[in-house]
Design a protein around this ligand. Structure first.
Ligand SMILES: [Zn+2]
Length: 97
């Protein structure tokens, strides 16, 4: 398999993304850059190459209440830097003890 060396991201993981950590290929406008806090539904690392610097991530805004609210299709779909995902997991692990 060729895929980025990514940690396992369980659904429900919260990603704090700076404007530099993510982008959307279909919305390549400069004024859309802002910070996003999202709850991961799935990290699509299976379709990425080993040298990929970003992967598709689907999930939900922190405000929509998923998964405690009604189940619904992901309201956020964007490319997130692999680096940012690793960082998020490290931060989560660091607060666990
Ligand atoms: Zn949602």
């Amino acid at each position: 398999m060729t895929c980025p060396d990514l940690p396992n991201i369980p659904p429900g993981t919260v990603l704090n993304l700076n404007s530099e950590d993510w982008y959307h290929p279909d919305e390549a406008t400069g004024d859309s850059l802002h910070d996003i806090v999202m709850v991961v539904e799935k990290v699509h690392s299976d379709g990425a190459t080993a040298t990929a610097v970003s992967v598709w991530v689907t999930g939900h805004g922190i405000a929509c209440g998923w998964p405690t609210s009604d189940t619904h299709p992901p309201c956020i779909e964007l490319r997130v830097r692999v680096e940012a995902i690793r960082r998020a997991v490290t931060e989560t692990a660091g607060t666990d003890g």
